[in-house]
Design a protein around this ligand. Structure first.
Ligand SMILES: [Zn+2]
Length: 70
């Protein structure tokens, strides 16, 4: 089941409920992009607001980040 998120504005609250302070870049596979030097034009990257804890955990555990509105 897919939820259709109708919010267009950038979320400022992380999914865990903490205040989001990082605009994490997510690649087409749902992984957080940590190689900031590479910019893929026309790629499938998206951005999602996350708290620092979820950001670090996501990188460390290679979590698949669920994007909103996709
Ligand atoms: Zn969080």
């Amino acid at each position: 089941m897919e939820l259709a998120d109708t919010f267009d504005e950038i979320k400022t609250i992380c999914d865990c409920g903490n205040k989001a302070i990082i605009n994490a870049r997510i690649d087409g596979n749902g992984h957080i992009v940590t190689t900031g030097a590479q910019v893929v034009l026309g790629g499938n990257d998206s951005y999602i607001a996350m708290c620092h804890r979820c950001y670090e955990t996501g990188i460390r555990e290679h979590k698949i980040i669920k994007l909103h509105g996709q």
